[in-house]
Design a protein around this ligand. Structure first.
Ligand code: CP
Ligand code: NVA
Length: 305
């Protein structure tokens, strides 16, 4: 493992290694015995879009490991505008030990990885959000004690987060059903990759337009905003199309009794998820947000040591 561009590049063993190291680091932190495994190392963080969790969890995670993180705002780098993305990658990687980037085009992450001489981590692109998936897998594992065989229902947009979860489910043998409106399904290339992985793992991946069908017997219900960053112009139209996909108490009651409800956050309360569900007893969204940091620390240690 050299970079983290997509979950598709990882084997099931790679994913488990990241999860196991993350769990160990989380335990050490809880016990008040964090190890400075990345002392003297610097992570450069390129952001073309806003962020709360990704920026703070990477920055604090690096600090806890004895290293340093550098926040590079959209105005500073102006990736691909002030200078070419390959030039930015070549220069930055002379200074820092790893790069994290949040971009619009997924191809920008791929370009950074191609031209950087240090590891590149995808901190969200239009196509995928692998760090989110790693934190989510850690959360599901902690709550349910296993991953293989669990039933995950995705309700809403077939977006970047859905893609990374679908690839994870395919690799790890989880059953995942995606319920999205017509015209808002997952990217066919991602679906093909996830299905190819599923042949080996035995994962069951299915797709529907019916949220009630997707959540039947689900162990995990997951939703995300209806208009992702960069899709703001479509917001009005999407609010109408996605209305039947709201995760409310009625929908949650159709799932397994012990179902956990997940959301990568930020949430638009009253749109894709109601207050009652987001703040209710099934919701694990805050543990999930916290686990972004633990999972990324595991990833950083594996990439840099
Ligand atoms: N879930 C997530 O990536 O949050 P931010 O956009 O706030 O980083
Ligand atoms: N799908 C959302 C995730 C935000 C963390 C977006 O891309 O805006």
């Amino acid at each position: 493992m050299k970079h983290l561009v997509s979950i598709a590049d990882l084997s099931a063993a790679d994913i488990w290694e990241i999860l196991n190291v993350s769990l160990q680091l989380k335990e050490e932190l809880r016990a008040g015995k964090p190890r400075p495994l990345l002392a003297g190392k610097t992570l450069g963080m390129i952001f073309q879009k806003p962020s709360l969790r990704t920026r703070v969890s990477f920055e604090v995670g690096m600090l806890q490991l004895g290293g340093h993180a550098l926040y590079l705002s959209p105005n500073e780098i102006q990736l691909g505008q002030r200078e070419s993305t390959p030039d930015a990658a070549r220069v930055l990687s002379r200074y820092v030990d790893a790069l994290m980037a949040r971009t619009f085009a997924h191809s920008d992450i791929e370009l950074l990885a191609e031209y950087s001489r240090v590891p590149v981590i995808n901190g969200l692109s239009d196509l995928s959000h692998p760090c989110q998936a790693l934190g989510d897998l850690l959360t599901i594992y902690e709550k349910k004690g296993k991953l293989e065989g669990l039933r995950l229902a995705w309700v809403g947009d077939g977006n970047n987060v859905a893609h990374s979860l679908l690839l994870s489910a395919g690799k790890l043998g989880m059953a995942m059903t995606v319920a999205s409106p017509k015209g808002y399904e997952c990217n066919p290339d991602i679906v093909a990759k996830a299905k190819a992985a599923a042949v080996e793992s035995g994962a069951k991946l299915s797709f529907t337009h019916d949220p009630a069908e997707a959540v039947q017997r689900a162990d995990v219900i997951y939703t995300d905003v209806w208009a992702s960053m960069g899709k703001e112009a479509e917001r009005g139209e999407r609010l109408k199309v996605f209305q039947p996909y709201q995760v409310d108490t009625r929908l949650v009651s159709k799932a397994a009794r012990e179902v956990i409800v997940m959301h990568c956050l930020p949430a638009h309360r009253g749109e894709e998820i109601t207050d009652a569900v987001l703040d209710g007893s099934h919701s694990v969204v805050l543990d999930q947000a916290e686990n972004r940091m633990h999972a990324q620390k595991g990833l950083l240690v594996l990439l840099l040591t």
